[in-house]
Ligand binder design. Sequence first.
Ligand SMILES: Nc1ncnc2c1ncn2[C@@H]1O[C@H](COP(=O)(O)OP(=O)(O)OP(=O)(O)O)[C@@H](O)[C@H]1O
Ligand SMILES: Nc1nc2c(ncn2[C@@H]2O[C@H](CO)[C@@H](O)[C@H]2O)c(=O)[nH]1
Length: 433
Amino acid sequence: MKFPGQRKSKHYFPVSARDPLLQADPAESLTTSPVVGIDQTMVDIEAKVDDAFIERYGLSRGHSLVIEDDVAEALYQELVQKKLISDQFAGGTIGNTLHNYSVLADDRSVLLGVMCGNITVGDYAYRYLCNTSSKVDLNCLQGVNGSIGRCYTLIGDNGERTFAISPGAMNQLHPENIPEAVIAEASALVLTSYLVRAKEGEPMPQATMKAIEYAKKHQVPVVLTLGTRHVIAENPAFWREFLQQHISIVAMNEDEACELTGESDPLLAADMALQWVDLVLCTAGPAGLYMAGYSDEEVLRRTNLPLLPGAIAEFNQYEFSRAMRYQDCNRPVKVFSHIAPYMGGPEKIMNTNGAGDGALAAVLHDISANNYHRQKVPNSAKHSQSFLTYSSLAQVCKYANRVSYQVLNQHSPRLSRGLPEREDSLEEAYWDR
Ligand SMILES: Nc1ncnc2c1ncn2[C@@H]1O[C@H](COP(=O)(O)OP(=O)(O)OP(=O)(O)O)[C@@H](O)[C@H]1O
Ligand SMILES: Nc1nc2c(ncn2[C@@H]2O[C@H](CO)[C@@H](O)[C@H]2O)c(=O)[nH]1
């Protein structure tokens, strides 16, 4: 059986038996429900700097801080004078995620945010558009008079990145420019905690809340990625409440998870987050990644991989189960999975920027594939229950991890192409090489 949905390279998840229903009329065209996201449109301006540079501009390591225009100008001039700028990419954590989703799925996503009304060839807005997949639908962007944001991505000696954000008009998205009809048909609405970080009077937080309101009205799962640990550390109680009230799926790294829950063990943090959300993706750098979710007792599937030790004994025992929303389970059981970095990680990592965004894109692909399959073959055994993912948690982990590796390997947060065709599957044989 092919991984459902349109895709360039064929099957990442082959199983031995083909589902005959999937062989139905190939001419029949069904569009998938797009993944919709809101972002602060920005370009990443990447430079290698030392600690003194970070201090000089009042930044703090690992943080993403918004800076004033005069500081941004001085910082930029110093980078130019010292020829420190190494790369300029389209960025923004949700822009990256949607781009990567569209590249992996070869399918449509919709970006909501702002774009300069007046674009000149070669300027930042122009570059942003040039570096975004043509499958990312930009037709709903709101035109603005100012510039899009700039994200100075400052890489330290140890590869750690510090962001200095010069916001321009990136937070000027108005609630009335959130299209209800687009969200109503989405397979997921993807947001970042950065969106609520705006100056007094900037409409982005209200636009975000409007989108959440529509998503809830139309039962569209809302996905939140946590930004950096400092954003969460400012008010962990607010974020716990926010997750509880609005979010179905949370994506975070182990530092953000720790700020949110107080737990430094990513497994325990993911477990704790399950009291607020239905599904958790927790990346843990060189320790790989964890997923945690729920499945109904009736459809639990035992792993045939070695049982793993951890703060929750044999936590991966049901990792072959498919994730469900808590509300859709009669008897919800928590399901966990972990995977070590793909192939042990790349030999040399220049920086880890965007690795987590890549992992989330893979999770979204699996979720939208499930929706596609449900529309196409509604009476398939795969939909005997309302599952959230198409694949088991173990398989989603594999896919997410594989995509992170690709991002780390290519030194840019946005995939330049899908996964290599030669990988017909991520089966053990390839995995073990
Ligand atoms: N040093 C490393 N060695 C091997 N694999 C790594 C390393 N760092 C990251 N990875 C891989 O990338 C995935 C995501 O990494 P990480 O936890 O650093 O994401 P992140 O901090 O959320 O990134 P970003 O916020 O920039 O998108 C990990 O789960 C792992 O698979
Ligand atoms: N939307 C948004 N993205 C950010 C911010 N700070 C850093 N990023 C992005 O985070 C990405 C890595 O996850 C980078 O490519 C940055 O562009 C921010 O304040 N808002």
